[in-house]
Design a protein around this ligand. Sequence first.
Ligand SMILES: [Zn+2]
Length: 117
Amino acid sequence: MQNILNFMQAICAAEDIYLDSLPDLERLGGVAIKASDDIRAVVYSDKLTGWSQISTIAHELGHHALGHFDDDAYLCKNISDKNPEIERREREAQIFAAAFTAFAIYDLFTELGGMTL
Ligand SMILES: [Zn+2]
């Protein structure tokens, strides 16, 4: 799991996206922030561990990759929010996260010499 987190950290560094955890995010698992074209961040709750941490970071990276910022910041709201545009963006970020984490796992297995089934 640490290798995948290292991969995520390398992607954020390469894309110049600040990545860190914070306490007291309350009910938010994570948040993607775009203060300007040059100041972007992914912040996640320090209560998250293991796969929850990885999938949250990937989800927030999805908001950046998919250009989900029409305001200064885009907060992941509850998926049950009835705003159709927010629901669409959340689904897109989830799909991105699934594909991205699958790629990260494949890349790491390849780097480690391949996977035997
Ligand atoms: Zn989201």
